[in-house]
Design a binder for this molecule. Structure first.
Ligand SMILES: [Zn+2]
Ligand SMILES: [Zn+2]
Length: 200
């Protein structure tokens, strides 16, 4: 997963997420709200991605602290992927809380870079998205997935292979409609019969 090495992407002094912070740095304790939205290509993990043309938004408070800028707020973006159960399209929205310290010449493991009088919010937004993009997305909670035998999409149809569906899906299966032969089989072993004759 090459996207897990975001440090190689870090840069400053260019791009839509670069914010001038000279005035903030001169006045410790000063704060400023920033709301930036732009495309950020390459946001992808094995199961999902921020689609091309879809913007990433950083709504953050910049706070001047000694020697740096504290960035806190929210990074948000839309994502798309393939449902891990049925392989149909899946999508959703990320809303990632961030709280990061940006200093010049700081420890790259614990802080983000501050270059001169400019702060690039892109690495913070990038890392926040990469960490939150789902590795195994679902099209919806309770997706029934594909039949491992015949590949039928169990959200749309019932196939005749394999064991009975997991009883936890009972209510959903009932909603989807019962197969005629299943109804017939059940009425043939009605409650009037003796014990031991039914397998249900
Ligand atoms: Zn699905
Ligand atoms: Zn099947």
């Amino acid at each position: 997963m090459s996207a897990s090495a975001p440090s190689a992407r870090r840069r400053a002094r260019d791009g839509p997420f670069v914010v001038p912070v000279a005035a903030l740095l001169r006045e410790p304790g000063a704060r400023r709200c920033v709301d930036v939205e732009a495309e950020m290509p390459g946001l992808e993990v094995s199961g999902s991605r921020v689609p091309e043309g879809s913007p990433v938004r950083a709504s953050v408070l910049l706070e001047s602290v000694h020697g740096g800028i504290l960035v806190s707020g929210t990074v948000s973006a839309g994502w798309t992927g393939a449902c891990r159960r049925c392989l149909e399209d899946a999508s959703g929205a990320l809303s990632v809380p961030v709280r990061e310290l940006c200093v010049e010449g700081g420890d790259v493991e614990t802080t983000y870079a501050l270059v001169g009088d400019e702060l690039d919010l892109e690495p913070i937004a990038h890392d926040a998205c990469i960490l939150e993009l789902p590795l195994a997305p679902l099209c919806r909670e309770g997706c029934l997935g594909l039949c491992p035998e015949c590949g039928a999409d169990r959200n749309r149809e019932r196939c005749s292979c394999g064991p009975a569906p997991d009883p936890r899906w009972g209510p959903l299966v009932a909603l989807a409609g019962e197969a005629p032969q299943a109804r017939a089989a059940r009425s043939a072993v009605g409650p009037g019969r003796g014990p031991g004759e039914t397998t249900e």
